[in-house]
Structure formats: C-alpha cells, structure tokens
Design a protein around this ligand. Structure first.
Ligand code: AMP
Ligand code: MG
Length: 335
C-alpha cells in the first residue's frame, strides 16, 4: 500500500453549515474519535452517537480499525507476505473473498476508465517509487518495458487460485484499497447501529449520516499550499482526493507525481488535485480522473450521474463537474 495522501481535511469546528437546533428534551449526543497508523497513513474514525452509547461507539470504531488492519495485511504490496505480495512473488494463491472483491472493483474501474486506472501495472509504479526515492528519472526504455508488463488477462485463475501470468508482474492496489477499507469500516459501524460516522483513510473517506445533524464538511486544501480551495459539504457516500501535492519529486523544474499514466509510463500531468464524490468507489475514481485530466475526466463523469468531481490545476484554477455548485467558499451537490 502506498503512503496516504491526506488530500482533504476534516473540519470539526462550527461555522459554515447550519446545525440543527435541538430541543431541550433531545437526547444528548457525543462525538467519539479514534485514530491509528494504518495503510501507510493515519486512519481516523469519527462517530456521533447518543451520549449513553459513547463507550460502545468507541469499541465499534476500534473494531473498524482492526478490520482495516486485517485488510492491509491482505492487500498491501509493501508486505511480501500479503496475498498481493505473494502474487507479486510469482506464487499461486488461494486469495480471500476480500482480496477478490478489491480486485473486482479495481478491474471494473479499469474498464470504466478505458485503462486510466490500472492496478495491474504495479511494476511500473514501483519503478517510479524507486525513482522518487533516488530523485532520478528512469530511462525511457525501461518504462516502455514496464508499460508492457501488466493487463487483467495476465491475472490468471486456475482451480480457484490466482497467479500472475508474467515474471516481474505486480499488482498495486494503492489507488483503491484505502477507499475500499473505509467503506468496509463504514459498513461495520452501520451494522453496529452507529449510522452517523466518518472513516478517513488518509484522504479516502466513507461518510454516513450526519455530523450531529449537519452535513459532514471537508476542507479541500490548495494543492500548492495556498490555503483552502473550498469547503465541501458531503452527502453520505465516499469522497477521495488524488494529487501530486505530497508525493512527488522534481527534475529540471518538472514535477513528477506518484500517479502514473499506464499508457505512457510517465506520471500523469495537467492536474494538481482531483476530489471525487460518489455513492461508492471515490478512491479509484479520483485516481482515474487524475490520470484522465479534466476534459476526459468530465466525459467519464457524464456516464456516472451520481459521481462528481472538483479538479484543481497547479495555478489554482478550479473546475467543477456539472452536478456541483459553488456558493462562496462552499461547494455542494446541486441536486
Ligand atoms: P491514489 O492516492 O488513491 O490516487 O493512489 C495512487 C497510488 O496508486 C500510487 O501511489 C500507486 O501505488 C498507484 N497508482 C499509480 N498510478 C495508478 C494508476 N494509473 N492506476 C491505478 N493505480 C495507480
Ligand atoms: Mg485513489
């Protein structure tokens, strides 16, 4: 799993959003927050519940974090003993239902995005990780070889077990697994009757219910450190930000981020950050939109009526997909 990109910051103060006025007889409510270092980032769970259920809320939030830790153990490409790590070492693996579910989600986003999102080119992404660590660009010949090393057809299934078809091929779920884990944690909290909560896996969020009666609000920071782009009012569902604000390196004045265009083998450019909102799957969608850029990204969104996005360019220019509206400093879903 890649290091997390805390693209959006949770706003916990009062202010822009109207809060419900509660009657004097309303049950007192309480906010519980727990956080843990997981999946290469800080994972945060916030639950609003009746004050009398605060300790049960805390236990449920801890159980949600435990489940994310378990998923990390299956999905991380940084861990040689994870299911994804073992596949990358050439083993034939009887993978868990969870790993299968993430792979199915990743594959479906590859198909929907015309290959812009591609979890099968982990070898290419790893090469760029090494380039970033060394501060040196890979040789173009190396990249074209790595672009050829992938494809869903090479994820082979034999007697219920998976195997990668080519030596050196790797899967990388860094663009989808944190959001998947956030959605799983959210489902666990719902099962335990905590309908008002937020799970933030370092910028990949699942949001349910309300923040003590008001919509959840997130700050979208400017990707070049110039303050806050806007406050986003989010509906229940998923939100994710992808960008080059935190993981990048520069050579000759050019910024090379960690999201790679799998067709060219080079880091995608042209956008500084994309925040996606969707009933589910915003994590992979944000990564795909980042690769596609605003023009082709908006075309993808046209086929996903419940999904929305905010594109921020390096110069700070903001573009909203048609379903969003801006009122002063606030961006929200229009319909
Ligand atoms: P995210 O921060 O969710 O946008 O995910 C970025 C991470 O996903 C990178 O650090 C890589 O591990 C991986 N990745 C890079 N490029 C792609 C891509 N085109 N499709 C899928 N995953 C990618
Ligand atoms: Mg993503």
């Amino acid at each position: 799993m890649s290091v997390g990109l805390a693209g959006v910051a949770l706003l916990t103060g009062l202010g822009l959003a109207a809060r419900h006025v509660r009657s004097a007889t309303a049950t007192p409510r309480q906010r519980v927050r727990v956080a843990r270092a997981l999946m290469g980032t800080e994972v945060e769970v916030v639950v609003w519940s009746a004050a009398g259920r605060a300790s049960a809320a805390r236990a449920a939030a801890e159980a949600a974090l435990d489940d994310i830790a378990r998923l990390e153990g299956l999905l991380s490409d940084y861990r040689a003993d994870s299911e994804i790590g073992r596949l990358g070492r050439g083993e034939t693996v009887l993978v868990s239902a969870d790993t299968r579910a993430v792979l199915a989600e990743a594959r479906s986003w590859s198909e929907r995005s015309g290959g812009a999102f591609d979890a099968t080119r982990g070898a290419l992404y790893q090469r760029w990780r090494a380039a970033r660590a060394a501060g040196q660009l890979p040789a173009p010949g190396e990249l074209s070889a790595l672009v050829a090393l992938g494809g869903w057809d090479e994820v082979r299934e034999e007697a219920g077990r998976l195997r990668l078809g080519r030596p050196g091929m790797r899967l990388d779920l860094g663009g989808v697994a944190k959001g998947f884990a956030a959605e799983r944690a959210s489902a666990l909290l719902l099962e335990r009757s905590f309908p008002d909560h937020l799970v933030d896996c370092g910028g990949d969020l699942a949001v349910a219910g309300s923040r003590d009666g008001a919509p959840w609000r997130l700050a979208i920071p400017d990707p070049r450190g110039r303050g806050v782009v806007a406050t986003l009012l989010v509906r229940p569902g998923t939100v994710a930000t992808s960008g080059d604000a935190q993981r990048f390196f520069e050579v000759g004045g050019v910024r090379y981020g960690h999201i790679i265009d799998p067709r060219t083998g080079w880091p995608a450019r042209g956008t500084a950050s994309v925040t996606a909102l969707a009933p589910e799957g915003a994590d992979a969608l944000a990564t795909a939109l980042y690769v596609l850029g605003p023009e082709r990204g908006l075309a993808l969104l046209a086929g996903l009526p419940e999904a929305h996005a905010i594109f921020v360019a390096a110069d700070g220019a903001v573009r909203l997909s048609p379903g969003l509206r801006r009122r002063g400093a606030v961006i929200e879903v229009a319909r």
